[in-house]
Design a binder for this molecule. Sequence first.
Ligand SMILES: Cc1ncc(C[n+]2csc(CCOP(=O)(O)OP(=O)(O)O)c2C)c(N)n1
Ligand SMILES: [Mg+2]
Length: 672
Amino acid sequence: MDAVQQAKSGHPGTPMALAPLVYTIWNRVMRFDPKDPIWPNRDRFVLSNGHASMLLWSMLFLTGTRAVNAEYERLGQPAVTLDDIRRFRQLDSKAPGHPEYHWTSGVEATTGPLGQGVAMSVGMAIAEKWLADRYNRAGFDIFDYRIYAIAGDGCMMEGVGSEAASLAGHLQLDNLCWIYDNNHISIEGNTRITFTEDIAARFLGYGWNVLRVGDANDIDLIQHALTVFAETKDRPTFIILDSHIGYGAPHLQDTAAAHGEPLGEEEIRLAKRSYGWPEDAKFFVPDGVREHFMAGVGARGAEARHRWTELFTSYKSMYPELASEIEMMQRRELPSGWEKDLPVFPADPKGIAGRDASGQVLNVLAKNIPWFLGGSADLGPSNRTTLKYEGAGDFEPGNPAGKNLHFGVREHAMAAVVNGLSLSKLRAFGGSFLIFSDYARPAIRLAALMELPTIYVFTHDAMGDGEDGPTHQPVEQLASLRAIPGLVTLRPADANEVVEAYRYVMQLRHVPAVLALSRQPLPTLDRTKYAPATGVARGAYVLADPPGGNPEVILIASGSEVSLAVNAHETLLFQGIRSRVISMPSWDIFDHQTLEYRDSVLPPSVKLRVAIEQASTLGWERYVGPFGRIIGMRTFGASAPLKELQRKFGFEPERVVEVVKELLDFRGKEIA
Ligand SMILES: Cc1ncc(C[n+]2csc(CCOP(=O)(O)OP(=O)(O)O)c2C)c(N)n1
Ligand SMILES: [Mg+2]
């Protein structure tokens, strides 16, 4: 109440109502050591209704949770201080508006976009099952943690929450518990205006165990429900908790006004009175409170961690290889030999599809890296994301060892689940068609915000699926993905660029990546004639130059349009026009290169430039400059065989040559 009042913004009502719940989970049940918030076998706590962040800041402060840094070093200083809470929602405070992973230690996932937290918790539960199956041995329960997620009406209304709940029920994830804050209030008022379904029936339908706690202040009953959860096998648990938003505030309890505005000084005083609390004290923490948490979660967590650490020490001597895998994974390192057997593709004018090259690479990587796994949203056979090597297996109830995840037709939950896997330190990928990245985008954005090295394998990256038509042909998706800060988007030009793209992406520890891959075969470029594909690691590179260098025009392309540019280049050379071809698989990577390198690829003196990409032209101006031209998409595509589409939309070498000549004729004179 005080923090929200001081900040003049925030959400007081739900933290007030759920304080007993969070107290019970943390201080009575959860296995969490505040001294080491990244201990691998800790229970996870996800606040999916992230607007109630003051709950989490209070808990991290009261439990004395310590900070860690991005290199996973334990720093010893508090994760959140009372001063941070006094500066709730202010610049640089460790108590920001919503829980931010990577900003405040002890936050397990960034939440705020409703539904994301619960969906990520499903990924965490899958991860725990997988980890336990791979690493536990008789007498060595290295992984046996549980995942608690709190969610409000919003998370229950959002589609991604439903997708995730459906998947969790199917997978029988009995290590997962969602607690639903059933307060009948969201922003516009009582939920009777929007949300009247029978949610218990819905979750029973999903195959969850559904419990009800009729009074959010009954901590013994809450604890009992959590015990039932712990004893429930073969299904996740859903606890419906009847609560009163703004509990104790005499005028605002049970109203939407308690959701998102400060209560006001007078109402706060009255609420404090109703709690039997000193009315005028602010940010008041009575003596003994922090000691009480230390004796509860602190003591229980420390003991559990010490026992685990001893267990892990003997595990390490008995199973040194498995133990070292666990350690590497925690630091997001790759095992030695992770690159071995990556394919090298010989020059081939017929070539191979991006998705096929990707399928080969994924299989090699998954074999080399035990904790690399993933799957597709029901498009595995099309995306070529299926891991087919001996022993890869399918992750299903009863087979938590499987490395092929089947997400069903649930792109949004898939992307969030992949984030949850990554938060659990597995290396995970999710696949679909590039067009359906739109269905996954909010979770991809969160991966970038959280700095997670998740991988999205998106095939059918342009008009290659011809006959499927404009509903399936991405146009603006590349531009929109490139617009996400901190996300690497890569569109490789041939099979060897696919290999190099993965080689680059796999070494990222804190950056997510999207791979946009072709459905149709792309010629495998002759790398004895053209520059090596290792240039991918610089985002863009000079693939071909006129003899002696010194180009007068530059062709820039990505993906399937690179071989088109090469084709045009050969014609231009033959006609005495000195063109350079740049393969530019990734803007993001290129933009991070030194100015010197960027100028060497795109010399400022060469102003005649043509960009070619089967996607929205938006943004290419920055590379072609005011004198350049862009051959791209300005409309949706159409349903027709690819060849006809290429003709209709101008993706043919002749068109490129024509545009270059126009440039030389007109713009050349202008510049001169
Ligand atoms: C995806 C998404 N849409 C909208 C919002 C804005 N928003 C924040 S809280 C909220 C109401 C949520 O109601 P509920 O989950 O019941 O929270 P309560 O008020 O009960 O705490 C909305 C619409 C959001 N954070 N995320
Ligand atoms: Mg609500």
